[in-house]
Write a protein that binds this ligand. Structure first.
Ligand code: ZN
Ligand code: ZN
Length: 265
């Protein structure tokens, strides 16, 4: 079973290709369960996510595609919602969707994964200015808080903080264990997200070491291309599946109306 639950649409203002082009590409790739999870609205960084007034259009366009392609591919609806409690739009959490991906893209008001924000206003490298150690701990503490909030189904790109390559070779530590324990307690799944292959770090999220720990804790996995264009769909998917199987996983999670179901992979 090929599953891909993390995919964007142009409504977030930094993706391209209409929703139907994503669906036809997924079918061409042999994907059997495909989910849209566009960036949910947030009272912050609005240039990189859909507006609150666009949720209806996103959901109705999805519903039309789901009907049109029934029997050819199973389509699921989700959002990737930021964990940023002071900027949250609560309505996101009550939409009738199949799943919510919870992601940390911000530490305070710093959007650390946006290359435009890697430097502060004085031109200094924000990673150096804040300190790699402090950033690492703050990031995984935010992931643990996100899980403990109980508002999400899937952890988005678990170790995204490594994307620019700052933490090469770093082993999982207490900060990582704490986040994994919170995820386990919240009955969430972790995605194997292929988009790290498009970033300087050049590997999936999470690392193989972290995935082994997740397996030991019996945390379910799912898969996501994190496509921001149809041509991203399925890239490095084989490597992600091979990794999952090498760690021991035989099943992966999908979600329907916020309920998890495990499928053989
Ligand atoms: Zn994005
Ligand atoms: Zn994301």
């Amino acid at each position: 079973m090929r599953i891909d639950l993390h995919n964007h649409t142009p409504r977030c203002h930094h993706a391209e290709g209409d929703m139907e082009a994503f669906v036809t590409e997924a079918i061409a790739q042999g994907i059997e369960v495909f989910g849209f999870s566009d960036h949910a609205p947030l009272r912050w960084d609005e240039g990189y996510r859909m507006g609150a007034d666009e949720m209806d259009g996103y959901e109705s366009e999805f519903a039309a595609l789901k009907a049109k392609y029934a029997g050819k591919i199973a389509l699921l609806l989700g959002y990737e919602a930021d964990y940023l409690p002071t900027k949250t739009i609560d309505e996101v959490y009550s939409r009738k969707v199949d799943y919510l991906i919870g992601s940390v893209h911000f530490l305070g008001e710093w959007g650390f994964d946006n290359p435009e924000n890697i430097f502060d206003c004085f031109g200094s490298d924000e990673f150096k200015r804040r300190g790699l150690e402090a950033i690492w701990r703050a990031y995984f503490a935010a992931i643990a808080d996100m899980a403990s909030s109980g508002r999400y189904d899937i952890v988005g790109h678990f170790d995204l903080i490594k994307l620019f390559g700052h933490y090469k070779g770093r082993k999982p530590d207490e900060a990582v264990f704490g986040a994994l324990e919170a995820i386990k307690k919240a009955d969430m799944a972790i995605e194997i997200n292929a988009s790290g292959w498009r970033k300087p770090v050049g590997e999936q999220y999470p690392s193989a070491e972290i995935l082994k720990l997740a397996y030991e804790l019996k945390i379910p996995i799912t898969f996501g291309s994190d496509a921001h264009a149809p041509q991203h769909i399925g890239a490095k998917s084989q490597a992600c599946y091979d990794l999952a199987r090498s760690v021991g996983y035989k099943e992966a999670a999908i979600f329907e109306s916020r309920k998890m179901r495990l499928l053989k992979i």
